[in-house]
Design a protein around this ligand. Structure first.
Ligand SMILES: [Zn+2]
Ligand SMILES: [Zn+2]
Length: 205
């Protein structure tokens, strides 16, 4: 009567490979790395996950995966997780993307950080007054909407304006752990100057 527990070969065939590289079949999937849409026919890589409703693929642009999760791409290549009809770029090309991305990341400084104002032209984005040349300014993040995406723009403020700016709704920098973050992220400014700036910033609690 019951036909449960069918351990037939058919069922085994339905098991998903851990990875799948293919041209996107539509433009409805979204890249889980960059969150942008994956255009139809653009190469994407599915990384299998086991969810409460069974296994499925989370899709990423192949290039995005190469930059952020190269070991997964490497594994997919070693197991040739694509159909014969699919043309994939050489792995070395993807490796280069990863190297470039890593290099870029190491060069980028995240806010908050302190900087000595190189000129007297910049104005404090909080009080709108000039930041004196040679004085320490604090670089914070501010969330701005850009083509309906929220990005973090860098803004310069006086140390004395930091506390108030951190309370702004669009501030992209957190008060919590601010002093440590500032110390860690700051390059090319002496510890004394950073400490003086922190003293001026005052308590953020
Ligand atoms: Zn992407
Ligand atoms: Zn100011």
């Amino acid at each position: 009567m019951s036909d449960q527990a069918q351990d037939t070969p058919e069922e085994e065939e339905e098991q998903l490979a851990p990875f799948m590289i293919e041209p996107a079949r539509s433009n409805r999937s979204k890249c889980k790395t960059c969150r942008r849409k994956i255009d139809k026919d653009t190469l994407r890589i599915g990384i299998m996950i086991e969810g409460p409703f069974g296994a499925g693929y989370l899709w990423h642009h192949l290039n995005c995966a190469a930059k952020r999760n190269f070991p997964a791409v490497e594994e997919a290549y070693s197991e040739k997780c694509w159909d014969d009809s699919v043309k994939v770029p050489p792995l070395e090309e993807l490796k280069k993307l990863e190297e470039q991305a890593t290099k870029k990341k190491s060069e980028k400084i995240d806010p908050p950080y302190a900087q000595v104002a190189p000129s007297g032209r910049a104005k404090c984005k909080h009080c709108d007054e000039t930041i004196e040349k040679g004085s320490v300014r604090i670089v914070l993040g501010r969330e701005v909407e850009f083509y309906r995406q929220v990005r973090v723009a860098l803004i310069n403020v006086h140390p004395k304006c930091v506390a108030a700016e951190l309370l702004a709704e669009d501030c992209g920098t957190e008060s919590e752990g601010f002093a440590d973050a500032l110390r860690n992220n700051t390059k090319n400014v002496s510890t004394e100057l950073v400490d003086a700036a922190l003293a001026e910033i005052g308590s953020l609690a």
